[in-house]
Design a protein around this ligand. Structure first.
Ligand SMILES: CC(C)(COP(=O)(O)OP(=O)(O)OC[C@H]1O[C@@H](n2cnc3c(N)ncnc32)[C@H](O)[C@@H]1OP(=O)(O)O)[C@@H](O)C(=O)NCCC(=O)NCCS
Length: 373
């Protein structure tokens, strides 16, 4: 591969216990070695393309007015500062795997394939059903993907793009022909309903895409660019429940099991990085902003999306914005936005699209793709 100049600073990499709800019927398990995938082809180089999208958004709508009944906020403030009008929350106790499995079911229906044709399931989430087993395992069981293996990726709002990049490697390497990448989060399960600075921001949802090999080099995932800046971890995190602060009465009393965010530094970093990473991936592919047909950014704040679009000099029509309907659904925002852009006719075969995200970590990602269907 030709060497490219670095476009941005930083370190980049290119390119329910109780028992797990087991309402499932007994399934015939393949024996070890019978999983799908041709590992003998490892080392081949193929382009991955997205061939289908699936979505699931829980039906319960929470408006800004609803939230204003509980915390000291108001509709106008939330709209002006974030662009969010409403978000969807699950009924309490609904796990991430349930949303993810419904998004995968939708994906399978849209592609017209069966669950046993999936070879790998990658779930991006910061709200796994539980620490272990991985949510990917629970989803695999729920959708009866009997020939798939899988794992979770934790990269917060960049999780979907990190997972897309990881999934594309298995296609590129020739190992797998059908990889499902899911972004799913139940943010309402880790948001303090009494904290006005965070409870207005987040929603629950899941989105999934199917990756398959592209038979045309021109179409599919063309490039990727990722960064981590761990010095930003303190500004957006969930302090308790892990090995540092195992759950205790004290951590619960101190509300350490909820999202804690210092909004301003996160905002400033996101504005800077979203523009930088997007410009960077275009530059190193010899492209200008006006070559771009569509910009699909992680939906955390309308002002962040608008600032990035402005830096790139993009017309309104080229920027996908749906934060008004869903809020920040963390790993799910980009697949939900992909689905909306397909629905409104802006994303179709041949369109050049940049996906970009900044999230807790800090994590940063951009993926360049020529839409393949
Ligand atoms: C959270 C965020 C919307 C807050 O907007 P902001 O313009 O930075 O607002 P500030 O935090 O400076 O707060 C401004 C004032 O509004 C108040 N405020 C905060 N939340 C409020 C709410 N829901 N309703 C009304 N007032 C609110 C603050 O208390 C503060 O009041 P003060 O000036 O009296 O102290 C913004 O910082 C943000 O979007 N940050 C990044 C979020 C993000 O992207 N997170 C995910 C990363 S992927």
């Amino acid at each position: 591969m030709a060497e490219r100049p670095d476009a941005c600073d930083g370190k980049q990499a290119s390119a329910s216990i109780g028992p797990v709800s087991n309402d499932s019927l007994p399934v015939d398990r393949p024996h070890a070695g019978e999983l799908s995938g041709d590992w003998s082809k490892m080392g081949a180089t193929r382009r991955a393309k997205i061939t289908a999208v699936g979505r699931y958004v829980p039906p319960r709508v929470i408006t800004n007015h609803d939230l204003a009944k509980r915390v000291d906020t108001n509709h106008d403030w939330v709209v002006a500062r974030t662009g969010i009008v409403e978000r969807h929350w699950v009924e309490p106790g609904t796990p991430t795997s349930e949303l993810a499995a419904k998004a995968v079911d939708d994906l399978l229906k849209n592609r017209g394939i069966e669950a046993d044709q999936i070879e790998l399931i990658i779930v991006a989430t910061v709200t796994p059903d539980m620490f272990f087993p991985a949510t990917a395992c629970i989803v695999q069981n729920k959708v009866r993907a009997t020939h798939a293996w899988g794992f979770d990726v934790s990269a917060a709002c960049s999780g979907f793009l990190y997972s897309l990049t990881v999934g594309a490697q298995f296609i590129a390497a020739g190992v797998h022909d059908r990889v499902v990448v899911v972004g799913a989060d139940v943010m309402s399960s880790i948001t303090n309903p009494d904290d006005r600075s965070t409870c207005v921001l987040f929603g629950d949802a899941a989105g999934a895409v199917l990756l398959e090999p592209s038979d045309d080099e021109e179409f599919g995932i063309l490039d990727y660019l990722h960064e981590v800046d761990g010095s930003g971890g303190e500004f957006l995190h969930m302090p308790a429940g892990g090995s540092l602060n195992p759950a205790s009465h004290e951590t619960v009393d101190k509300k350490m099991h909820y999202v804690h965010q210092d909004g301003q530094p996160v905002f400033k970093y996101a504005v800077r990085k979203m523009g930088e990473i997007s410009r960077g991936i275009l530059q190193r592919n010899g492209l200008q902003s006006n070559d771009l047909d569509l910009f699909i950014a992680h939906q955390a704040n309308l002002r962040i999306i608008n600032a990035a679009a402005e830096k790139l000099g993009l017309d309104d029509q080229k920027v996908v914005r749906n934060i008004n309907k869903f809020g920040n659904t963390t790993a799910a925002t980009i697949p939900l936005a992909i689905g909306d852009a397909i629905d409104d006719g802006r994303l179709k075969k041949g369109k050049l699209v940049v996906f970009a995200a900044v999230g807790a970590g800090y994590t940063v990602g951009a993926v360049l793709s020529r839409w393949a269907y």
